[in-house]
Design a protein around this ligand. Structure first.
Ligand code: IMP
Ligand code: MG
Length: 336
């Protein structure tokens, strides 16, 4: 803090929603900005209830946090309005005038393309075709959509002003680093740059204003859709280890592999990580479930964390040991 960027270290679904909601409540975030689009689902389990967000920033759990969607994001107005209603954030959410719009035709183009659905294995949400139209300069922007009128603002300027005033600002990255259009496993990637620099560019925050980059890894790797996954386990082995996950947006079973230190190091370098958040430690080391202090972790779990710090060369400061938002070991300075 004051300006932190949270980004994925592997292929997404590391638990950004959980970490963002924790930071919002624990640090009392003033402003949270979401990047990306509706292809990325963020899940939060708070006080026993499960929430799934596709456009509203996961920081909404802290009711004083201002919620913004940056100009690089792509909005499906129906999904946005539905979430705004369901999460009751009408009076504190704004979208940039220049967010681009996903229309029915984009969804049809995504779902109707066998290249996209079969070869790449997209989420069929129309995001790629919508960005394609934006690149062609034919996409509609948020200011052209009457139902979005009450929510419009200059998000880039708002965020910069908040940072200049010393407010606590979090940029919530989406999807996976290795799904980056530039740095990922092309062509098996999404249609945007998911790295720290990409998130900053989408929101309009210059590199000189970022204080911290929190890179998030899960204690194992998952991937949905096609493309390489080093160390991929068979479905049988994935089940045996208890690593089965179902994708938030598409309902597909995620492919799984053990934690990869080389991929993690590369990701830390390109994203400029200053801290690591490690999630689902309890899935790999069940004896750590529910731990809230470092001293409660088992020796083998501590060895794993030390190995990450040694090989990736970045401190692991937040450790998730359960689904609930507040079930975290917080090793940041000044935290208990
Ligand atoms: P698209 O983003 O829907 O075009 O899909 C491109 C690729 O990225 C596919 O392999 C998707 O499964 C994957 N993908 C897109 N969004 C996410 C996400 O939020 N988490 C994980 N994988 C994603
Ligand atoms: Mg997800």
């Amino acid at each position: 803090m004051p300006c932190t960027v949270l980004v994925s270290g592997f292929w997404g679904d590391e638990g950004k929603g959980k970490i963002v909601s924790y930071l919002a409540l624990k640090d009392r975030l003033n402003v949270a900005v979401r990047a990306g689009s509706v292809n990325a689902g963020h899940t939060v389990v708070y006080k026993g209830k499960t929430y799934k967000m596709r456009l509203v920033p996961s920081a909404f759990f802290y009711d004083k946090c201002k919620l913004l969607v940056g100009p690089g994001a792509n909005i499906n107005p129906a999904i946005f309005l539905d979430e705004v209603e369901r999460f009751g954030v009408k009076d504190r959410i704004w979208v940039d005038r220049q967010c681009s719009i996903i229309e029915e035709k984009h969804i049809n183009r995504d779902a109707g393309s066998s290249f996209l659905t079969k070869k790449i294995g997209t989420t069929r949400q129309g995001v790629g075709p919508a960005i394609g139209d934006r690149v062609k300069r034919t996409a509609k922007l948020a200011y052209e959509i009457p139902v979005l009128k009450p929510y419009l603002t200059d998000v880039a300027l708002e965020v910069n002003k908040a940072i200049d005033r010393g407010k606590k600002v979090l940029l919530e990255g989406t999807q996976g680093f290795y799904l980056s259009l530039y740095h990922g496993t092309y062509p098996y990637v999404t249609s945007r740059d998911t790295s720290t620099s990409g998130v900053c560019s989408e929101v309009g925050v210059p590199p000189t204003k970022v204080d911290d980059v929190l890179l998030i890894f899960k204690s194992y790797i998952t991937r949905v859709g096609s493309g390489p996954l080093p160390g991929e386990l068979s479905e049988e082995e994935t089940r045996r280890r208890g690593w089965v996950e179902i994708a938030t947006v598409t309902g597909r079973m995620r492919r799984a592999a053990p934690f990869d230190y080389n991929l993690a190091r590369r990701s830390a370098i390109i994203n400029g990580a200053t801290q690591i958040a490690l999630t689902k430690l309890d899935v790999v080391f069940p004896e750590c479930a529910g731990a809230k202090r470092f001293g409660e972790l088992s020796k083998r779990a501590v060895d794993f964390i030390k190995e990450i710090e040694r090989k990736v060369k970045v401190p692991v400061t937040l450790i998730g040991t359960g689904q609930e938002t507040m079930t975290i070991v917080d090793r940041r300075r000044g935290s208990s």
